[in-house]
Ligand binder design. Structure first.
Ligand code: PBG
Length: 326
């Protein structure tokens, strides 16, 4: 008997495989996270994120030019200030490092590449939490979202096309949308980190921005519990009701089920953040010769697209965009 079904027929040649591929991965689907630090005279390598740097304004501009040359869809900026304080006031200072970087990039690139700003306070607070602390030492939700509104305005004024609140405070999107609208920033896009999990995969990022949470603390009091799947849908729906334009799942590989749920249930543009620990693991194994890092990166980014992400925030952006363009 011959088998009736022969799926292998369509796998015979590269041309056939390409024709029937359900998922694509192109440079424009990738967004590069970039770091800019205050008070540096030259870019400083981030050891746990090989190939990445804390940039000076100048090296940031060169890096964005390279990203653009490779066809990368956007960049998301993180600022590293020299001085931190209780509230994280450098985050909304018009002369703060992220605002200086945003306006420089806006002048240089205009709308040719999508300019995003991560909107949070942890890089700016002396205690390392994502907001203002209340009397009991936990993050005060409602005081924090007022501060987020200030940061959003500072970023919009400096030229961010997209602000991306990543602090997981309740009501943050609504507070930011009203503040932006009240000042006429109707076109400023909100990308909500809707389902951001309290993950152990953020380690290298915290090195990159010099954040250490006070007293060995963690973010489990505000970020989502990795054991929860359905809760992500509630979070994302709430963000959309409050005015989010796009939503995100973070990290990526360990939450593909969540990504797939949001893709099926909601119709807003959806992305995922392939985070620092995910990048570092692939790089480290690759450096040891244990895996082919480029092939694994492409497989992972494709899986994230297949699960439902329209675009992916990834430290692989430039490298893989170059590879795809070959
Ligand atoms: C918070 C923020 C974090 C990341 C992006 N925004 C860290 C955290 O929640 O501790 C992590 C990104 C990564 O690991 O690549 N401002």
């Amino acid at each position: 008997m011959f088998p009736a079904e022969r799926p292998r027929r369509l796998r015979r040649t590269p041309a056939l495989r390409r024709l029937v591929a359900e998922t694509t991965l192109s440079p424009g689907d990738l967004v590069a996270p970039l770091f800019v630090a205050e008070g540096l005279s030259e870019p400083r390598p981030i050891l746990s994120l090989p190939g990445h740097f804390q940039h000076t304004l100048e090296s940031l501009r060169d890096e964005v030019r390279e990203q653009q040359r490779c066809g990368v869809g956007g960049v998301i900026l993180f600022g590293v200030p020299e001085q931190k304080d209780e509230l994280g006031s450098a985050a909304w200072d018009p002369r703060g490092i992220s605002q200086l970087a945003l306006s420089m990039l806006r002048d240089e690139f205009g709308d040719e590449i999508v300019l995003m700003a991560d909107l949070c306070l942890d890089e700016y607070t002396s205690h390392g939490h994502c907001g203002a602390l209340g009397a009991d030492g936990s993050v005060d939700n409602d005081a924090t979202i007022e501060l987020y509104a200030r940061v959003a305005l500072a970023q919009a004024r400096a030229g961010a096309a997209v602000v991306a609140p990543s602090g997981m405070m309740d009501g943050q999107v609504g507070a930011i949308r009203s503040a932006l609208d009240a000042e006429g920033f109707f076109d400023t896009v909100i990308l909500a980190y809707s389902a951001k999990y309290a993950s152990a995969l953020y380690g290298p990022f915290r090195d990159a921005v010099g954040v250490e949470i006070e007293n060995g603390g963690d973010r489990r009091g505000y970020q989502q519990d990795p054991r929860n799947r359905r809760e992500a849908l509630r979070e994302a729906r709430a963000d959309l009701e409050q005015g989010a334009d796009m939503i995100m799942v973070k990290p990526a590989m360990t939450y593909l089920d969540v990504l797939s749920d949001l893709h099926r249930e909601l119709d807003a543009p959806l992305c995922a953040y392939h985070v620092s620990g995910e990048y570092a693991m692939v790089k480290a194994a690759g450096a040891n010769g244990w895996i082919d890092a480029t092939e694994v990166a492409i497989e992972q980014l494709t899986a994230i697209r297949r699960a439902g992400a329209q675009f992916v925030l990834t430290y692989f952006a430039r490298e893989i965009a170059e590879e795809l363009g070959r």
